[in-house]
Design a binder for this molecule. Structure first.
Ligand code: ZN
Length: 315
């Protein structure tokens, strides 16, 4: 009898051990071996994901602070981060040309274009440039959609949807925090409208066409863009055309970015007497959750100051 109990007891232990082992196996199969890894390409996208997901994902950004996406080259460390990511979020619209070759090596299934669904604007082609205005349709689109707060909402909603789809356990958290971020962006849009709508003659001359979508949203006319990044230099004919356009259109301010003011824009400012006002495209910005709201608000104040005529000149 005692032997019978012993055999039954041993059998129960084997069953218990098997059940415990299979339960652990099941839990392991449901639980990722590491925290959900998200890799963004540029600082504004990092800022969106940080606001939406907080510390619940392992978040990294490809571009270090002060790196320019328009001439960035991937490092071996970047290639490793691309391979290890569960989700790669890029802006798209041709901004991340540096990713193209690397992505051939990885599963494109884990790639999200945050700009999906946005109708792109063409890149600026100056009527006075040698190429003229007719080839604009053949060029890649202008990628800087995030600087328009309303289009930033589209990017945030795309990101929230993708995070919920791929990391279902935290979906309600992503939705709740994403909703708060969207509300903040819409309040920002309201501030832009409220302060810019009453101002007449909002005209823009700049040396990087990062603010095209923002200009379109808030009724700012782009008079001339001296796109100097990636160019060997601007022709004297184009510079003369820009100077003439500034006088004819009574342009009040030239726009550039910290650490990116081109020598061409400086000399145009000297010749025309029109001051340079600094904006920030955020593409080389700091990796922090509040980057977008902080910089967009600073841009708004700089634009309002410039169009009110109280901007200060930068050499
Ligand atoms: Zn740019």
């Amino acid at each position: 009898m005692r032997n019978r109990y012993r055999i039954l007891g041993a059998g129960f232990c084997v069953l218990l051990t098997w059940w415990a082992a299979s339960s652990v196996g099941l839990a392991d199969s449901l639980r990722p071996a590491h925290p959900f890894r998200v890799l963004t390409t540029i600082a504004p996208l990092y800022s969106f994901v940080k606001s939406i997901a907080g510390e619940t994902v392992e978040l990294a950004n490809l571009l270090p602070q002060n790196a320019d996406p328009h001439d960035y080259v991937l490092s071996p460390g970047d290639a490793r981060r691309i391979a290890q990511a569960d989700l790669i979020i890029r802006n798209g619209l041709g901004l991340e040309f540096f990713l193209e070759k690397a992505l051939a090596e990885v599963d494109r299934e884990k790639l999200l274009d945050a700009s999906a669904g946005i109708t792109p604007l063409p890149q600026w082609v100056s009527p006075g440039s040698p190429t003229g205005g007719s080839r604009a349709g053949e060029m890649p689109p202008n990628p800087h959609v995030w600087l328009d707060p309303v289009l930033a909402v589209v990017e945030v909603e795309n990101i929230v949807r993708e995070l919920c789809r791929r990391d279902t356990a935290k979906a309600s958290n992503y939705r709740a925090r994403g909703k708060l971020l969207v509300e903040e962006l819409l309040r920002l849009d309201e501030r832009y409208r409220h302060s810019l709508d009453p101002l007449p003659d909002k005209k823009m001359v700049s040396d990087h066409d990062a603010f095209a979508y923002l200009a379109e949203r808030y009724g700012i006319q782009r008079v001339a863009i001296l796109e100097t990044r990636g160019h060997a230099g601007l022709s004297p004919k184009l510079v003369a055309w820009v100077l003439d356009s500034i006088v004819r259109n009574r342009v009040r301010a030239l726009f550039s970015e910290v650490n990116h003011v081109s020598s061409e824009l400086r000399s145009i400012s000297r010749d025309s007497g029109v001051p340079i006002v600094l904006l920030d495209s955020m593409e080389s910005g700091a990796l922090r959750a509040d980057l977008y709201e902080r910089v967009a608000e600073a841009n708004r104040q700089a634009l309002v100051g410039a169009f009110q005529g109280d901007s200060s000149a930068h050499p």
